[in-house]
Design a protein around this ligand. Sequence first.
Ligand SMILES: [Zn+2]
Length: 330
Amino acid sequence: MTVQYRDGIEITLSDGTRVVCDADDPPGSSADGPAGDVTVVSHAHGDHFPEGEATAVCSPLTADLASARREIPLHATTDDRIELLPAGHVAGSTAALVTDPDGTRYLYTGDVCTRSRFYLDGFEPPDADVLITETTYGEPEYVFPDHETVAADIVSWLRETDEPVILFGYALGRAQKLQLLAEEAGRERLFTTDAVFRVNDVVASHLDVSFGADRYEAETELGPGDALVLPMTTARIDWIRNLAEETGALKAGFSGWAVDDAFEFRGEFDETFPLSDHCDFAELRDLVDAVDPDRVYTQHGSTDAFAETLTRRGYEATALKRNQTALGDF
Ligand SMILES: [Zn+2]
């Protein structure tokens, strides 16, 4: 049995079945791929779902979001060996609990958050023998204030700020939460763009939540009290700069990186807030303790630092490197 980071995370079970998680081109989904492979998609962020049409073990919401975002179908299926658990990261996101025929339980978290926020329940870690976890904020300086504090700070700022505001967040995830906060703060008008509308519509059709933004059009003139939610992208950076200059709008960024004063994330914005869809360092540590695995593999972000932290705490922990086989007892 092996866990490898190749195109996505590959878990090879004792009967030879490969479970391939979050790959660009998963073998199980193409006609010439080996029979018996299983594709898992944890959530509908672009770096996690297949580039082409595919069938994967994923939530129906993830399938609908991925299909709507890039207009290529992702089909949801199920597998007796795989249980999907809400991962608390974004709408539809799931961790995969894979049970090997020999009884070994593998937990692949994908991106994960244990804090309940808005319409998302925080991830509840199950017991597993082998844990493959993301470690985006796997270093001790990344500890976030509790969610209620962060949300209240954002709402206060939105209430106190007379200027128009431009709020930046990923089209799936932060953008929906920013719309809810702007509504709660009672901004005059709330606008967003097509990429966010596509996500809003799918999320609202699956979950008990709705978003009240209007479409931002070329002729829309941002005025005092207005809020514009834009996807995080560098593609229109001049357009955004001009818009902010013309309207006097303040730009706000939202990310866990905002807890780091020195981090360049802050440089692009007038205000930043540590609103994150990931576990912070302390939550990652608690997650591992709750799963109580015999072996941990880390991926994304602070993989080495977090593996070292876990090793000091008595775990068998390895940072996954791309295209390097991790041969272990499992
Ligand atoms: Zn993600």
